[in-house]
Design a protein around this ligand. Structure first.
Ligand code: ADP
Ligand code: MG
Ligand code: ZN
Length: 450
């Protein structure tokens, strides 16, 4: 469809300068939200354009203002600056403002026709008397288009960034039943999603727009170190094979790269030395390096000076390299969620890439030992609960390794998605050849006793 026969597309262009929606999902979310027919939950990865899902509808309801809750002043400022450049009036009420600034913002909101389309607020402001009375007045005059909760996982203790102030928002939801609420997060976990709906008292049915977790260009498998004569040679052959080292004339920075995740600093160093001695230039990355060395190692890897980095899980946040062709885990990852995220750094460019766990009995037992110790040594009840939950997550990833179940469908179950099309695409070892995976597991189990 061209923008001529679709008003929404021409408005997208007119107000935000975009020629098209970033994805089908973004488009569907905007079309639903614009209707103001009920509560909406949006779960899409960072960078997929969640803000537009509420900003465009907010602009289109030009007689109203959207209230946007966001956890951090810096995040609010980024969005407000961006909107200002587009000539969209966005303001904020926060603790850092002078009373004059605050008065000006409130004065506009109280006008017959306010210019403000989006008002950004931190959740702790929500419980102040002045905000309560402002909201009451706006609501009475039917001037609220939406209440938006950005980074909504902050409301959940199961998320990674819990903010107690967000819990105050649930009460607001109950006080204003006829305003549509929009909750957005990059967290994909089913548990967190359910908790967000509960804590914010979202009104059912909640229209949900979630990016499916299935990555069809990632081939997942598990290899048992204990079944191999020489696991390190196996790893280096795997890397050489996948990265096609020494072939092709690409620019160094676009050459195929790999990450080997290890549990300990010592292991990252050992793997880096071993791979280098086998002809694969590799560098180690862990929290024990100085800041400068960490930055240098990461940059050299980004530039392609080292095709392979062996790292602890501290590596990878904010790393944006498209041509990661393989992510190997040496030993057992911490959890399904962690493994999904770490292995998901492969194949960002959409090309076929490989994700492999080199599972081992010894690694499993060391982690098992450490986690049990944490449970028994926990000093408070809540610490104990936390340690138990960590242990449970670990058990799930053990099952992932020791069961012949489609790897992608384990992720789909975990994130609450429909079963993925792996059976037909055959992008995991189990769907590719279930028999040999079963054999491998049998061999591993029968070796356990010895
Ligand atoms: P998220 O909140 O999901 O992490 P943002 O809302 O910050 O993502 O958007 C990420 C980037 O995508 C921003 O630079 C934004 O301008 C851009 N963007 C959003 N929608 C579109 C679109 N339809 N076309 C092009 N760029 C877009
Ligand atoms: Mg965002
Ligand atoms: Zn599969």
């Amino acid at each position: 469809k061209s923008s001529e026969d679709d008003p929404l597309l021409s408005q997208l262009k007119e107000y935000f300068g975009h020629n098209q929606f970033k994805s089908k999902l973004q488009e569907r979310a905007v079309r639903e939200i614009v209707k103001r027919k009920g509560d909406v939950f949006v779960s899409m990865p960072t960078g997929s354009g969640k803000s537009l899902c509420f900003q465009l509808p907010a602009v289109l309801h030009s007689d109203k203002v959207a209230l946007v809750f966001s956890p951090l002043l810096a995040l609010m400022k980024d969005q407000i600056d961006h909107l200002s450049k587009l000539n969209i009036v966005a303001n904020s009420i926060n603790s850092k403002m002078s009373s004059t600034e605050r008065k000006a913002v409130i004065q506009d909101l109280r006008c017959m026709r306010p210019l403000t389309r989006l008002l950004y607020i931190t959740p702790e402001q929500a419980s102040t008397d002045s905000f309560q009375s402002l909201l009451e007045e706006l609501h009475r005059k039917k001037k609220v288009s939406y209440i938006v909760v950005d980074e909504a996982h902050c409301v959940s203790q199961w998320g990674h960034d819990f903010r107690p102030d967000f819990l105050k928002l649930g009460r607001l939801r109950q006080a204003y039943l006829d305003i549509p609420w929009i909750a957005l997060t990059a967290t994909a976990s089913k548990t967190v999603a359910k908790d967000i709906e509960k804590q914010l008292s979202l009104k059912k049915p909640v229209a949900t727009f979630k990016t499916p977790c299935f990555r069809r260009n990632l081939f997942y498998d598990v290899v048992f170190q204990d079944n191999l004569r020489d696991p390190y040679s196996h790893l280096s052959e795997f890397i050489k094979d996948t990265l096609k080292l020494g072939q092709g004339e690409k620019k160094a920075s676009e050459k195929d790269a790999g990450i080997v995740y290890c549990r300990t600093r010592e292991m990252t160093e050992f793997i880096a030395r071993t791979l280098t001695s086998k002809g694969i230039p590799a560098a180690a990355y862990h929290a024990g390096l100085s800041d400068r060395d960490r930055v240098r190692v990461q940059e050299d890897w980004m530039k392609g000076i080292y095709p392979v980095i062996s790292a602890t899980v501290s590596f990878g946040m904010g790393v944006d390299k498209g041509s990661v062709r393989l992510v190997a885990h040496w030993g057992v990852p911490q959890s399904i969620a962690g493994y999904y995220q770490e292995s998901g750094r492969a194949g960002r460019d959409g090309k076929m890439s490989r994700c492999r766990i080199y599972y081992s009995k010894q690694e499993r037992n060391s982690v098992d030992f450490l986690l049990r110790k944490e449970v028994s040594h926990a000093k408070t009840e809540s610490k104990k609960e936390q340690a138990k939950a960590t242990y449970k997550s670990f058990e799930r990833i053990i099952n992932y390794c020791q069961e012949a179940k489609c790897r992608h469908s384990v992720f789909a179950d975990y994130f609450g998605d429909d079963p993925p099309a792996c059976k037909t695409l055959k992008v995991c070892d189990v769907c590719h050849d279930k028999n040999s995976v079963e054999k491998m597991i049998e061999e591993f189990i029968s070796n356990l006793g010895s």
